[in-house]
Design a protein around this ligand. Structure first.
Ligand SMILES: *[C@@H]1O[C@H](CO)[C@@H](O)[C@H](O)[C@H]1NC(C)=O
Ligand SMILES: *[C@@H]1O[C@H](CO)[C@@H](O)[C@H](O)[C@H]1NC(C)=O
Ligand SMILES: *[C@@H]1O[C@H](CO)[C@@H](O)[C@H](O)[C@H]1NC(C)=O
Length: 825
């Protein structure tokens, strides 16, 4: 026994710490102390020597009165009066205070914890004397199938209660003496590896194990106890399971039992896992449940694994596998493919051309009727024969009915499962089809013959000649783009074509000056073509148009050198006087034809060709100072439509005496009657050097005597000369004095022209002396002349006939290549 003072020594160390109130004072007391009592435990840290007072001990559960603790009033030590049992009470909580007699507290309270220090005074014992355990064949070695339970009253966590289990003996010791192994600390009983192999050969059996439990851990000493375990070997019921077929969407109450497993060994827990995770569960009895309806389409198969485990979650054996196959129900309608953009099919595609192959999906089990789809064309009605549908493949093809470019179709196809049988699920699929254009139409002109279009010769280049219009029956804008060209009829490239490729309008315009002489007409062949290559038939005649252009000749209207002419005319001017000459401005221009428009007095006449204006008669009634205006028209001789007009203004002057020139000054000339071609040339300047001076034309007119006017004609030869001829076929042969009025530079005078009119011979010579013919012939002389003439004619006739008779005779002998006598006649 440990002496009391030693204890004091041991316990004095904590005393120092007690200064810091109210730290708990901790004291240990050995259990079952075998020495003298009272046992001084520790000096209480209350200084009652210096103060009047006494230490009062208090504690839990009224222990102070009959409890084992007390305070020594002398020394102030805490003491224990008897042996303590830890198993009875392991700890005591005390409190000490220093009080006066009347109960006034002088110090404290000081808490004190008294702990009873354990002694190995307790024997371990099993919970049962005999245990019964079941061991299933097939249990893995090392997996505990039974747990021993033993207890020890000593303080837990100390060696005094640290228990170890051991198998002391095994009966029978067959086929191996150590079939089992016992985990020493836990008391977990398992098959030993050797026992596992030998157990397979044993059908059933029974083993009795004597087991020991001992405290003080692995020390050799310690208290111990024994017990017996009866181990029954039972048949292995952990057998593989047949796959389970479960219909999807099963309408039963859930959870629904689908199978049961059983581990015939001892304490067992079942643990289930599903691969992939699914709604499965196992209960403590090994019943397997599905907890809700399955959907084959989301998961068609599960692999369940069920483990049999001991209470610590260790596997007794390999898990059992259970295949769950979800069987199909027709719970999915066919699903149409999404409606895409319209499928373009070129027009004129042959019947049978595949448009698309419709393929609806059915989520039900592939290959089963639930997923066996057939198709039926709803819209357009199959009777229209625009489209054909193969019920099994879903192939949509063009039917026999022709389709037009630009047509749009929305096909509706019914997809039915169960191969179309009654009760099948269906969906309506849509397929958009667009018939697209191909360039199968050539552009054509709306009019193939244009014109004739008349273009004046002077049409300015750049002028629009014609607009040609063409159309194209194709729809696609790209196929309607056209090209135009002049293909023939315009070698010189006189015409041009402009067009906007997509309007169908072409403008034909003039590029160059036209010339009637070079080309009086054009026949232009214009063609229109599609820019994009044409599919199908070649362009017909409609793609050609003919434009006929006629060039109009442009002749400028006649132009005269003056717009108006004026002349001053004495009122005494005789008839036939040349007043003036109207001339074209360009002597080279075409011939003009002049006429007077409104010569109401009839005073004037105009030479149609030359433009000379004469007085037609004496100007009777004209008053000096008056003005007479006449309109003259000049017509183009070739183009009567073209004409110009001008005014002719005559200012009348007082009658002027016309100086008469001496007839002697004009030599007499002779003219033949009957009239021959000869005439008399009269010079305006003849014999009048005074008056005829200066420039300017002379004009000539016959004197006003009507007989003269009747018998004679005066023509202007040129500016200075005129030509006098007989106007009648026959004029009395005698000497005539013809008055000719000559005007020149506003001067006027009269020439008396002496002309001898006589009979002439063949050579144009006068037959008689002019002098003998003077005066009228007598009747006698006329008869004489007549007789003489007739005699001469008779003589000539005889000569001629004689000659003819001779020459005819000659003709018989020789060819008549020349007949000189005839010419002499
Ligand atoms: C066409 O005619 C106009 C007027 O007559 C003329 O001015 C022009 O020079 C001509 N052009 C050609 C190229 O002959
Ligand atoms: C002839 O016509 C013109 C123009 O109209 C006119 O001025 C003139 O007086 C007319 N002359 C006669 C004689 O009527
Ligand atoms: C006019 O004609 C006459 C006769 O023919 C001739 O002698 C004269 O030279 C001519 N005068 C002119 C200017 O031509």
């Amino acid at each position: 026994m440990v002496p009391a003072w030693l204890w004091l020594l041991c316990l004095s160390v904590p005393q120092v710490l007690l200064k810091a109130q109210p730290t708990e004072l901790y004291v240990e007391v050995p259990e079952n102390y075998g020495g003298n009592f009272p046992l001084y435990l520790t000096k209480l840290p209350l200084h009652h020597e210096e103060t009047e007072g006494q230490i009062v001990l208090s504690g839990d559960s009224g222990m102070v009165a009959e409890g084992p603790f007390a305070v020594d009033p002398e020394s102030g030590f805490l003491l224990v009066t008897r042996a303590l049992d830890r198993e009875e009470q392991a700890e005591y909580r005390l409190q000490v205070t220093l009080e006066t007699e009347d109960g006034r507290v002088l110090g404290g309270p000081q808490p004190v914890l008294v702990r009873v220090k354990d002694e190995n005074d307790q024997v371990p014992h099993f919970s049962q004397a005999i245990y019964r355990a079941q061991l299933s064949q097939g249990t893995r070695p090392g997996t505990p199938f039974f747990f021993l339970e033993a207890s020890d009253g000593d303080e837990p966590g100390t060696a005094n209660s640290d228990l170890r289990f051991h198998i002391l003996s095994q009966v029978p010791a067959q086929p191996s003496p150590d079939m089992f192994q016992l985990e020493p600390q836990l008391g977990a009983l398992a098959l030993s590896p050797k026992g596992s192999t030998s157990l397979d050969h044993t059908l059933e059996g029974h083993y009795q194990l004597l087991v020991q439990v001992k405290d003080l851990g692995d020390q050799a000493s310690g208290h111990q106890a024994t017990a017996t375990i009866d181990v029954s070997i039972v048949e292995n019921t952990w057998v593989p399971l047949e796959p389970i077929h479960l219909a999807e969407d099963l309408e039963v109450p859930y959870p629904h039992l689908i199978a049961q497993v059983h581990w015939s060994g001892g304490d067992v827990c079942y643990h289930l896992e599903s691969q992939p995770p699914g709604p499965f569960d196992a209960d403590t009895e090994g019943k397997l449940y599905v907890t809700r309806g399955l959907d084959r389409e989301s998961q068609a198969e599960y692999l369940l694994q069920v483990w049999a485990q001991n209470t610590r979650g260790e596997d007794y054996a390999e898990p059992l596998e259970l295949q769950v196959v979800v069987t199909d129900e027709n719970d999915n309608a066919p699903v149409c493919p999404p409606r895409g953009p319209p499928i373009s099919i070129p027009e004129l595609s042959p019947p049978g051309t595949e448009i698309t192959r419709l393929s609806a999906e059915d989520a039900d089990a592939p290959g089963s009727p639930n997923a066996h789809l057939v198709y039926r064309l709803l819209i357009p009605e199959p009777e229209g024969r625009a489209f054909e549908l193969d019920p099994t493949s879903g192939s949509i093809t063009l039917g026999a009915a022709p389709l037009q470019a630009g047509q749009n179709f929305l096909l509706q196809v019914l997809a039915v499962d169960l191969a179309g049988a009654e009760g099948g699920l269906s969906s309506t699929c849509e397929v958009a089809v667009l018939i697209t254009d191909i360039n199968d139409h050539a552009p054509e002109f709306t009019t193939s013959q244009i014109g004739p279009i008349s273009l004046p010769e002077d049409t300015e280049p750049g002028t629009l000649v014609a607009t040609l219009m063409a159309t194209d029956a194709d729809l696609e804008p790209a196929f309607r783009v056209m090209d135009f060209a002049i293909e023939a009829g315009d070698v010189e490239r006189t015409f041009g074509l402009d067009w906007e490729p997509d309007t169908g309008h072409a403008q034909l315009w003039l590029r160059k000056n036209l010339s009637y002489e070079a080309a009086p007409s054009y026949k232009l062949v214009v063609v229109v073509r599609s820019v994009v290559d044409l599919v199908g038939p070649d362009p017909g005649p409609g793609s050609t148009a003919t434009v006929t252009v006629l060039v109009e000749r442009v002749v400028p209207p006649p132009k005269l050198d003056q717009d108006s002419y004026e002349a001053s005319v004495p009122v005494s001017t005789p008839a036939g006087s040349l007043l003036l000459t109207i001339q074209p401005s360009d002597p080279m221009s075409s011939l003009l034809r002049f006429s007077l428009v409104n010569d109401s007095e009839g005073w004037l006449c105009i030479e149609e060709g030359s433009g000379e204006v004469h007085t037609a008669r004496p100007l009777q009634g004209a008053q000096p100072g008056d003005t007479y205006t006449v309109l003259v028209e000049a017509q183009d001789a070739d183009e009567p439509g073209l004409s110009a007009s001008l005014t002719l203004k005559l200012h009348f002057l007082k009658a002027q005496p016309v100086p008469t020139l001496l007839p002697a000054l004009v030599p007499a000339q002779h003219l033949c009657t009957p009239r021959q071609s000869r005439g008399v040339v009269i010079s305006g300047a003849s014999g009048n050097s005074d008056l005829a001076s200066g420039q300017g034309p002379y004009s000539f007119a016959l004197g006003p005597n009507p007989t003269v006017q009747r018998d004679w004609r005066l023509q202007a030869l040129n500016d200075s000369h005129a030509y006098l001829t007989l106007a009648l076929h026959w004029v009395e042969p005698q000497e005539h004095v013809v008055p000719v009025v000559v005007s020149h530079n506003d001067q006027m005078w009269q020439l008396l022209v002496r002309v001898v009119v006589c009979r002439c011979n063949v050579e144009g010579q006068c037959l008689r002396k002019v002098g003998r013919l003077k005066g009228m012939p007598t009747k006698l002389s006329a008869v004489g002349i007549l007789v003489g003439t007739l005699a001469a004619i008779g003589f000539f006739l005889i000569l001629i006939f004689t000659h003819l008779a001779l020459s005819r005779k000659k003709d018989l002998d020789q060819p008549a290549d020349s007949v000189p006598l005839r010419a002499a006649v």
